[in-house]
Design a protein around this ligand. Structure first.
Ligand code: IPE
Ligand code: IPE
Ligand code: MG
Length: 229
């Protein structure tokens, strides 16, 4: 018996690239490169299933604490991924949104993002929300500061929702984390209040359409109560 419709918004913590590489005696960056291929497969799967929004946690505000070499490698990879994605997005009616802080990101990446966001703004298919230089505590703090700057004195939860990085983005019904870790790591703390969580030992570079389908099937069988009976 299917209890839930397929989710409108799926959010994914793409974890395990480093361990995937390590188990093959490869540099961590090889794992990130393979992870980029998993992103392609996952987007294809999401499009086929008719998912409207997918948020991908690509780089957290805490990931700046990694070695410079890894960060530089990740930024170069991201630059290539953005080039490929912007072509595909235009052809396949996908839209790019970004959640996160611009601070500290290379100007070349920011330019590519701005160009793609603009070029795909009118698209009506899958919206890919890239959580880049993203931290949920920073997002909520940023929202509160915007409200203070507007002169608000009595802040409601609706006010905060309306001042998040992507106010039009519905809360994710389903949050997936790969690699066996079972924590949020500063991801969507506000939006996940009633999300269903799906944890899988599969490492992100091994994730594909079938794994996405498995997560959605399990989600469909869950009972969601929202505090009711
Ligand atoms: C996730 O994989 C990718 C990013 C955080 C950028 P990791 O790099 O965290 O992989 P593990 O956790 O070390 O295996
Ligand atoms: C979360 O993974 C961030 C991303 C997937 C981008 P991490 O690997 O950085 O998280 P921790 O350090 O295990 O909590
Ligand atoms: Mg990790």
């Amino acid at each position: 018996m299917q209890q839930n419709q397929i989710p409108t918004h799926i959010a994914i913590i793409m974890d395990g690239n480093g361990r995937w590489a390590k188990s093959r005696h490869l540099p961590r960056l090889a794992g990130h490169r393979e992870g980029a291929k998993a992103v392609e497969r996952t987007l294809k799967g999401a499009q086929k299933m008719g998912i409207k929004f997918i948020t991908l946690y690509a780089f957290s505000t805490e990931n700046w604490s990694r070695p410079k070499e890894e960060i530089d490698g990740l930024m170069t990879l991201l630059s290539h991924v953005l080039d490929n994605y912007s072509q595909q997005a235009i052809q396949q009616n996908m839209r790019l949104w970004v959640s996160g802080s611009r601070e500290g990101l290379p100007p070349s990446i920011l330019e590519k993002i701005d160009r793609t966001v603009k070029a795909t703004a009118g698209n009506t298919g899958l919206t890919v929300n890239l959580a880049l230089n993203y931290g949920a505590r920073q997002e909520i703090t940023h929202a509160v500061n915007l409200l203070l700057a507007e002169g608000k004195t009595n802040i409601s939860s609706q006010d905060i929702s309306a001042h998040l990085y992507q106010p039009e983005l519905p809360d994710p019904e389903l949050i997936i984390r790969t690699s066996g870790e079972e924590r949020l790591s500063n991801f969507l703390l506000w939006q996940s209040a009633y999300s269903e969580f799906y944890f899988t030992p599969v490492l992100w570079p091994d994730f594909d359409e079938t794994e996405l389908q498995k997560a959605v099937t399990e989600y469909c069988q869950r009972t969601r109560r929202f505090g009711g009976v």
